[in-house]
Design a protein around this ligand. Structure first.
Ligand SMILES: Cc1cc2nc3c(=O)[nH]c(=O)nc-3n(C[C@H](O)[C@H](O)[C@H](O)COP(=O)(O)OP(=O)(O)OC[C@H]3O[C@@H](n4cnc5c(N)ncnc54)[C@H](O)[C@@H]3O)c2cc1C
Ligand code: FES
Length: 291
């Protein structure tokens, strides 16, 4: 049975009070790229309510190593909000243990958490992913092209005339399920550092190639390693474009209690303070982050 998770009051958006804490059975689990797996969980209390860019804390029950849950972005939802898909890169203890779990096994999940992406109306929405950062971006692209509705009741979101994905990774083997983006009508461009597919170079090189100055209103939604997000923010600032970034800070609780996940965020006066990325983020205007 799903139970509500409660968090302390937050001065800004806090969605943890709408989150559920629930067992979730694995209904599909497969490899989609090098060291990258996709897992589908039966978790209607989370899938039905998640909006693009939100995440869930996922824990393997009956284990104390790793003891703590890990945050994973909700990649997409299916079957009228019954199932949620997550894509993860095998990295450390949790993801190594997760990859050995089978269909029918049960996890413990709490979510949906965080603010998610909610950009205003714009002609051209540019999704920028580095490494495994695409997981936070597919649902946003689908929503803004009118292909899907998220949240309960379904969120009414302004449509973009077009959505582009610029995705950079170290090599070709790291791209998994790229067709999810193409099938959603998103214009996909890839870059690799070793040139094994797409443009050789960084995702900023790719942005310079792909985005001319065609007079459209632009907005960037970005997720990936911190140095990459800092570089994309600088690129956007040089073009006077707002760049929303989804920070991947390590998290212990996900609901605002432990302060593991803080980032230095500037206010309107230009002074910074620590903000908890789990409840006040993970999405922030990149220009406010003290990189
Ligand atoms: C909101 C959010 C959404 C995320 N979504 C996804 C997703 O969809 N797919 C995915 O694969 N990963 C995602 N991550 C990252 C994932 O939660 C971490 O990589 C997690 O630590 C993996 O757990 P692990 O036990 O396998 O590795 P760990 O054992 O936790 O990590 C190994 C090493 O990496 C360091 N580390 C841990 N987390 C981070 C971090 N965020 N940044 C830099 N170093 C870190 C640790 O200090 C340790 O040294 C997300 C993170 C956040 C905050
Ligand atoms: S992870 Fe505990 S406060 Fe953010």
């Amino acid at each position: 049975m799903a139970e509500a998770v409660t968090a302390g009051a937050s001065p800004t958006a806090c969605y943890a009070d709408r989150a559920a804490h629930t067992p979730a059975r694995i209904v599909a689990h497969s490899q989609v790229a090098d060291s990258t797996f996709r897992i589908r969980l039966d978790c209607p209390a989370i899938a039905a309510n998640a909006v693009p860019g939100q995440f869930a804390m996922v824990r393997i029950p009956d284990r104390n190593d790793p003891l703590l849950a890990r945050p994973l972005a909700v990649y997409d939802t299916f079957a009228a909000g019954r199932y949620a898909d997550f894509i993860y890169l095998v990295h450390g203890k949790f993801t190594t243990a997760l990859k050995d779990m089978s269909v029918g096994d049960e996890l413990v999940v709490w979510g949906p958490l965080g603010n998610g992406f909610d950009p205003p109306a714009v002609d051209h929405l540019v999704l920028v992913a580095g490494g495994i950062g695409q997981t936070a971006l597919l649902a946003l692209g689908r929503e803004r092209l009118g292909g899907a509705t998220y949240g309960s009741p379904g969120r009414v979101a302004p449509l973009a005339r077009r959505v582009t994905l610029c995705w950079g990774a170290r090599h070709a083997g790291m791209f998994g399920d790229v067709d999810d983006f193409r099938n959603a009508g998103i214009d996909v461009h890839l870059a690799t550092l070793d040139g094994s597919t797409g443009r050789q170079g960084t995702v900023v090189d790719l942005l310079n190639d792909v985005l001319g100055d065609d007079g459209e209103s632009l907005r960037v939604a970005c997720c990936g390693p911190e140095p990459m997000m800092a570089a994309v923010t600088r690129w956007a600032q040089s073009r006077h474009v707002v760049c929303d970034v989804s920070l991947e800070a390590p998290m212990a609780c996900g609901i605002g209690i432990c302060f593991t996940c803080v980032a230095k965020v500037r206010d309107a006066e230009g002074t910074w303070d620590y903000r908890r990325t789990c409840v006040e983020g993970p999405v922030f205007d990149g220009s406010t982050i003290e990189w």
